[in-house]
Design a protein around this ligand. Structure first.
Ligand code: ATP
Ligand code: MG
Length: 649
């Protein structure tokens, strides 16, 4: 396949790991018993009577009859167990401020806010939208909502007023929690005006609770509606009695990143989700009591819901949370934080690894990263080149890299290695986790032979699965469950192939699969081949319509060196390189050098916008685009390329 290298777990790591090899077979023999065992790691107020009820599939019921409180599980029970002085959060602010919060302190703050929310009239089932940077208050707010049964929805602080408005309106939120301002790459900018614009005329929003972060002057204010956090929260009692909620009580609504279309609001519930989040966090990241764990995702992305908020807190972990951009005030900021807090576990994203790679190995080499013992990756397929860079230059060659495949819809990781057990192959998320079942099939539902691309499906319900798309159950059924309805399989929307060892290699989105003269090719595999060329820093591959071959491969590349406007030599070099790495059929017909690529706010390449452009289509949904300028850059480069080519393709 893409990379022949197999890396077994380091023996010393395997010897101390939380999870051993036997768990795969045990979970497979009785998946429901396995999940019930993992649910038993949580604190239940009322035990469940039925582990899994499929009467209403695809809306599953897990741990039916059980009742629990997520905030009690994530905070109070650690204090009750005598671990109140353990650090929950090492929070680092962008301007260099910081704060350490113990579990006991977190409990006080969560209780105060829970009391304040009740005073503001928020009751169980109400929706609360958070439009905040990564602050201690953001973590506190998610826990306080869970404590009173309010359904939280986090919106990325960098989103525009319109993007926020869509989510506030879609959820029908009663309360918006925002800040006066945010730091964006070193600058304090006001955001309250955007919050106001987002809620204007939405009568269901009764209050806007405002956290003072940047100390903006003249914060726009609507008397009666707006309240300062410090006015209403600080005076509350630190005592709050937590009610218990049904295992299927909704916990949060998370909007997908919108790579393939308009974002979907996935609804996750309480007992099954927390079970999946908590166990996978403990097992995947081999959580030890003295670990300092850092997942660098913004709290608004699903990654952070599961692997900053609910997973790690339910396990009583000590975490680093960082407010700022990774490159502010300098590109070594993450490595500086790893050094400063002696981080043991660093969970990152391929887009960020490729960004670090542009700065060269001397960037991480400038810091003491010896505390690291485990690395993780999520968000996209990690190119083998980037995997090896992370493994070698950040992890010193000694840290397993857990590449975790999952989605907003799956709630938590589905395909990922157990770091003390599963041999790693750079670029593959390896195999389904214990208790989970996924495979690769063709449109008829037949498993594809090794090496042949097909559709990734999850073949058995799992506890963390989303229960519906908020207010659009039809879309939930149509998008994921209708294609293999008679088998009860979940269609993930990603293409993939399996190798001889059963390892799953994600090939990209189903919509991004290329078809050249009848050969199905994966965009990720071609991009990884391009990125393995020394001159290429980033690549995006799309299929443009072609009369003869159906599609022709167009590669957009960002070079490490100064891009030449019309580098014919580079095109030939890259074509030859891809031919050697993947095969002659995979050679890009055209190579377009660009200085930027359109990405979602969470850093994923939006190939569909480039595919539309090469096909002469326009008008795709761009609300998830991080920066409209990046699309313009690519459009201009494409126009120049087409003009230089002197024909229509
Ligand atoms: P939308 O569904 O609106 O298009 P999205 O799919 O980008 O948005 P998420 O749920 O945040 O939103 O992302 C899940 C997707 O990210 C997966 O379907 C997959 O394509 C990709 N992905 C995540 N982790 C990995 C990984 N480890 N390897 C390969 N792909 C991954
Ligand atoms: Mg998706």
């Amino acid at each position: 396949m893409t990379d022949p290298l197999v890396i077994p777990p380091p023996p010393a790591f395997a010897a101390q790991a939380n999870v051993g090899a036997e768990v795969y077979a045990r979970a497979e023999a009785d998946p429901l018993a396995f999940w019930a065992e993992q649910a038993g790691r949580l604190q239940w107020d009322t035990p469940w009577h039925t582990v899994f009820d499929d009467a209403d599939l695809p809306t599953a019921r897990w741990f039916d009859g059980g009742r629990l409180n997520v905030a009690v599980n994530c905070v109070d029970r650690h204090v009750a167990a005598g671990r109140g002085e353990k650090v929950a959060l090492h929070w680092a602010g962008e301007p260099g401020d910081g704060r350490t919060v113990t579990y006991a302190q977190l409990q006080d703050e969560v209780c105060r806010l829970a009391n304040a929310l009740e005073e503001l009239g928020v009751v169980a089932g109400d929706r609360v939208v958070l439009y905040l940077p990564v602050l201690v208050e953001t973590v506190v707010a998610t826990m306080a909502c869970a404590r009173i049964g309010a359904v939280v929805s986090l919106v990325f602080g960098g989103f525009s007023a319109q993007a926020l408005r869509f989510r506030v309106a879609d959820t029908g939120a009663k309360l918006l929690i925002a800040s006066d301002g945010q730091f964006r790459r070193g600058q304090a900018v006001g955001v309250k005006a955007a919050a106001d614009e987002a809620v204007e005329g939405l009568d269901h929003v009764e209050h806007v609770l405002v956290v003072r972060r940047t100390g903006e002057a003249d914060v726009p204010w609507t008397e009666g509606r707006d309240v300062w956090w410090h006015d209403v929260v600080d005076r509350q009692s630190t005592e709050h009695t937590a009610p218990s909620f049904d295992a299927e009580h909704p916990l949060f609504i998370v909007y997908t990143s919108g790579t393939t279309g308009r974002p979907k609001g996935l609804v996750h519930t309480t007992g099954g989700y927390l079970t999946h989040a908590s166990w996978t966090h403990w097992a995947l990241f081999d959580l030890q009591d003295d670990d300092v764990y850092w997942c660098q995702a913004d709290l608004a992305w699903v990654t952070a819901h599961t692997y900053v908020l609910y997973g790690p807190l339910s396990n009583g972990a000590t975490q680093v949370v960082y407010e700022g951009s990774p490159l502010t005030p300098h590109p070594g900021r993450h490595f500086e934080l790893i050094q400063q807090h002696r981080v043991t576990t660093y969970y990152t994203a391929p887009t960020l690894v490729r960004t670090f790679m542009k700065h060269g190995p001397q960037l991480p080499a400038g810091y003491d990263l010896s505390s690291l013992r485990l690395l993780g990756s999520v968000g996209e397929a990690i190119n083998p080149e980037a995997w090896r860079w992370l493994h070698g230059h950040v992890g010193g060659g000694r840290c397993p890299v857990v590449d975790t495949w999952w989605q907003s819809e799956t709630g938590a990781a589905v395909i990922a290695p157990l770091p003390g057990v599963t041999p790693l192959k750079p670029g593959s998320a390896t195999v389904p986790l214990p208790g989970l079942a996924a495979t690769v099939v063709d449109d008829a539902g037949v498993e594809t032979p090794p090496g042949v691309e097909g559709n990734l499906v999850i073949t058995r319900p799992w506890p963390g699965m989303a229960r519906t798309v908020w207010r659009d159950h039809d879309r939930f059924v149509r998008s994921y469950w209708a294609p293999y309805a008679e088998r009860g399989w979940y269609l993930a929307g990603d293409s993939a192939s399996k190798d001889e060892d059963g390892y799953i290699w994600i090939g990209g989105r189903i919509d991004d699969v290329l078809n050249v003269s009848g050969h199905r090719l994966s965009s990720i595999e071609l991009e990884s081949a391009l990125v393995s060329h020394p001159r290429v820093a980033e690549a995006a591959v799309v299929g443009a319509p072609d009369d003869v071959t159906g599609q022709r491969i167009v590669a957009f590349v960002i070079t490490r060196d100064t891009p030449g406007a019309d580098d014919a030599g580079l095109t030939e070099e890259l074509r030859a390189h891809v031919a050697t790495r993947v095969g002659a059929v995979a050679k890009p017909r055209e190579v377009v050098v660009v200085t930027d690529l359109p990405k979602t706010r969470s850093g994923k390449i939006m190939r569909r916008l480039m595919a539309d452009m090469t096909a002469g289509r326009g008008g795709g949904d761009v609300t998830s685009l991080t920066d409209a300028g990046s699309l313009t850059v690519v459009e201009d480069a494409w126009a120049a390329h087409v003009a230089g080519r002197g024909d229509a393709g």
